[in-house]
Write a protein of this length. Structure first.
Length: 140
């Protein structure tokens, strides 16, 4: 048996829930007006994974398949005469985001978080998938 070096590479800690939340806030702050102002009304919540009820409702068996979720009523459907009682919220799921990032190999974690945030905000704004793709292209 050969002697192996006892020094180890210090990779650092995995990003925390707070780290992901800070990246999401940074993504919100980088949006152009008038989107930035409207996006500030949307709460950002970061959890490790979606809860079992959410996964079951969405018919998702593998919790790593869901990186983010919007809950609330799109601005295009909101009625001033009958405002929604559901607060707009973007949920980010840390472990699936980190898993996707680790598998991509060519994108910064901050870019991936911004991509998920913009996609979920798209649901708040009532954007189509094509419109979300255009917004995300602007990040490059």
């Amino acid at each position: 048996m050969t002697d192996r070096p006892t020094t180890r590479t210090a990779w650092g800690s995995a990003p925390t829930l707070d780290d992901i939340a800070a990246m999401a806030r940074e993504a919100l702050d980088s949006l152009e007006e008038p989107f930035r102002t409207h996006a500030k009304a949307v709460a950002i919540k970061v959890e490790d994974f979606a809860d079992d009820e959410t996964l079951a409702t969405m018919k998702i068996e593998n919790p790593y398949e869901l990186t983010g979720l919007y809950s609330g009523v799109a601005l295009t459907l909101e009625m001033h005469s009958a405002p929604s009682t559901i607060p707009p919220m973007v949920w980010l799921y840390r472990m699936p985001i980190i898993d996707e990032w680790a598998g991509s190999g060519d994108i910064a974690l901050e870019e991936l978080v911004a991509h998920v945030v913009v996609h979920e905000l798209g649901h708040h704004f009532g954007w189509s998938d094509e419109e979300m793709d255009v917004m995300n292209e602007g990040e490059d």
